[in-house]
Design a protein around this ligand. Sequence first.
Ligand SMILES: NC(=O)c1ccc[n+]([C@@H]2O[C@H](COP(=O)([O-])OP(=O)(O)OC[C@H]3O[C@@H](n4cnc5c(N)ncnc54)[C@H](O)[C@@H]3O)[C@@H](O)[C@H]2O)c1
Ligand SMILES: O=C(O)C(=O)C[C@@H](O)[C@H](O)[C@H](O)COP(=O)(O)O
Ligand SMILES: [Zn+2]
Length: 349
Amino acid sequence: MQVNIPLKQVIDNSYSITIDQLPQIELDTKVAIVTNPKVAGLHLSYLLSKISVKELYIITVPDGEEYKNQASIDTILESLFNHRFNRKSMLIAFGGGVIGDMVGYAASIYQRGIDFIQIPTTLLSQVDASVGGKTGMNNKYGKNLVGAFHQPKAVYIDPHFLTTLPSREFGAGVAEIVKMAVTFNKEFFEYLETADLKDPKVLQEAIKQAVETKASVVAQDEKERGLRAALNYGHTFGHVIENETQYKTYLHGEAVAIGIIMANQLAIKLGLMSEDEALRVENVFKKYNLPTNYAISNTETFYETFFLDKKSSDANITFILADGIGGVKMLDDIAKETVVSVLAQFGAC
Ligand SMILES: NC(=O)c1ccc[n+]([C@@H]2O[C@H](COP(=O)([O-])OP(=O)(O)OC[C@H]3O[C@@H](n4cnc5c(N)ncnc54)[C@H](O)[C@@H]3O)[C@@H](O)[C@H]2O)c1
Ligand SMILES: O=C(O)C(=O)C[C@@H](O)[C@H](O)[C@H](O)COP(=O)(O)O
Ligand SMILES: [Zn+2]
């Protein structure tokens, strides 16, 4: 299936997203493929068979969210300087969301910005991270707190890469798919309730729907001035969980799944969602063995960490909540006691 989804012209530098077998990539310039040892071992030879460029370099950075940091960015930049990359050169992000975010960020700052292509190899990066130009890294203060909006020149989504993906990583991608369905597309959510995403045809359809949803949101609000924040559903809570557990216990998508469960409890409290709707979301997560609970040891600390969220202002935290299934509301005036009382429900597990 060949699907081209050009982001609308609202974004000057619109690009196409292809969901299909990787095409032959021919570039008359210096190119660096940036990847990690795991992805390289599994799939680099296949990518190399599809690439013909003027001069090619391979840059590897260590695998894992804990390496989504300045040291890895420095490794990438050093290599670009050593090989005299210039503004006509091209980077290829080959891996999951960690690689995609870091390569996009390195591309955004190298000589004030060079081009890059996304070739995502995890489900999560295919349905979410490779699209939309959010790039960055983590630091000791928290998740994605340094970065830039820098759109790729093209995104090539080849579901063939997913054949080697461990099932936990698969589940993490499902969490971001569910996020898009619950907030923007009721029919898509109903489809997910009965669908078996392990079936390649069903999966390809779900990837297409998720990418279409994300591309449409980004096209309307590239720099997250409003609507795009809806893509952060579950993340306000999820990022705190990732931070508290130092990125070691949960995959990003798993933390998002728990974050969605928490956000839904807050939505129930505010009368935006019914218990039954929240249960339906939880049931889809359970089908893919996603975690749905987290022991909050200190609700005050958890609450204070919300202020590191990029959606927060000095005095307010913005919460992205489901408005039933298929709708979304962004609220920045929820009383602290209300939020803390919901956090307290997760205190003892
Ligand atoms: N920019 C965005 O819009 C956006 C959206 C969602 C998530 N993210 C970011 O993406 C990151 C999470 O991405 P992720 O879930 O892809 O994690 P990841 O990049 O860490 O990849 C998960 C694991 O799978 C391995 N892997 C990659 N492809 C594989 C394959 N085909 N077969 C087997 N193993 C493979 C990786 O090496 C890694 O060990 C987080 O840092 C998150 O903040 C960004
Ligand atoms: O593209 C977006 O916008 C998203 O929010 C997608 C999220 O899934 C992703 O995890 C993103 O990196 C989170 O953004 P952040 O701005 O909260 O760091
Ligand atoms: Zn995410």
